[in-house]
Design a binder for this molecule. Structure first.
Ligand code: BT5
Length: 252
């Protein structure tokens, strides 16, 4: 299938019935000079990846794709890209008559606490210069069942809607939103998206635990800052900001 492309996100377009990981294909294309907006889509991934080398279940029926980006920013500034793109994904989903999905900082799309999609941003950078970014997005679209380990934690848009969705239409809507958000982000950073993001954040005001680089912090989520970092208020009232990590709801 192919999306309707109006801007530069989606050109050139590469479709594969099966690949190991669309991120790996896109990285290779980026190293060979692929322009910003180049898109790799696969019907199925045999080695789909999440963060920290975790496996990403990618059977036929989902939307598994990677975009090549060449943002004129420092490597540190790319930390808010997954956050920004998760917002664009919820916009794309909102083009369908579905109950709204939420974002779970930093890179998840969720519905009623279950994961519908995730984002994996990988950098080609050296000596403080970003050569390229590969933004991989995985969305469970027309998937009706999950293997046992994911059964309780994952869901799909088809399960939410009660019917299959048009993937080319969804992909087109996500690409359009992503391109619009990204061009603003390149000029102004994450700050203009803060409020919108917090409105769709399933964590706001919740007590959470965040696991980051081997240490665990607890607190209440106050929101995100102008850099897309999660702001946590500790029990003693101090504010801490996190650039990445694993957030879980605190057991009462
Ligand atoms: C992510 O990682 O959520 C990023 C997923 C990015 C996938 C896209 S697909 C296109 C591109 N090509 C790739 O190879 N990757 C990108 P993380 O936050 O680390 O979450 C990974 C965890 O989510 C796993 O350990 C599982 O628990 C769970 N999981 C795996 N597959 C899932 C699925 N299809 N739906 C929901 N949860 C899943």
């Amino acid at each position: 299938f192919s999306p309707l492309v109006r801007g530069k996100f989606g050109r050139p377009y590469h479709f594969y019935p099966v690949v190991s990981s669309t991120n790996d294909v896109a990285k290779e294309l980026a190293r060979q000079g692929a322009p910003e907006g180049a898109l790799v889509v696969a019907e199925e991934q045999t080695g789909g990846r999440g963060r920290l080398g975790r496996a990403w279940h990618s059977p036929p029926g989902g939307l598994w794709f990677s975009l090549v980006l060449r943002p004129p920013v420092s490597p540190a500034a790319t930390q808010s890209l997954p956050v920004l793109l998760s917002l664009a994904v919820t916009d794309g989903v909102a083009a369908f008559p579905l109950p709204s999905v939420e974002v779970k900082w930093p890179n998840d799309i969720v519905y009623q606490g279950k994961k519908v999609g995730g984002i994996l941003v990988e950098l080609g950078a050296e000596a403080e210069a970003v050569h390229f970014v590969v933004a991989g997005i995985g969305l469970n679209v027309n998937i009706t069942s999950f293997p046992a380990p994911l059964e309780k934690t994952a869901t799909s848009l088809q399960k939410i809607a009660g019917e299959a969705l048009s993937r080319p239409q969804l992909l087109s809507a996500i690409l359009a939103a992503a391109e619009r958000y990204y061009s603003c982000w390149c000029r102004e950073g994450f700050a203009p998206f803060r409020e919108d993001y917090e409105r769709r954040l399933c964590l706001l005001g919740r007590e959470v635990e965040i696991c980051c680089g081997g240490s665990v912090a607890r607190g209440t989520v106050a929101g995100v800052d102008a850099e897309g970092r999660l702001v946590l208020v500790s029990p003693d009232g101090t504010k801490r900001r996190f650039v990445g990590g694993e957030v879980t709801f605190k057991q009462k």
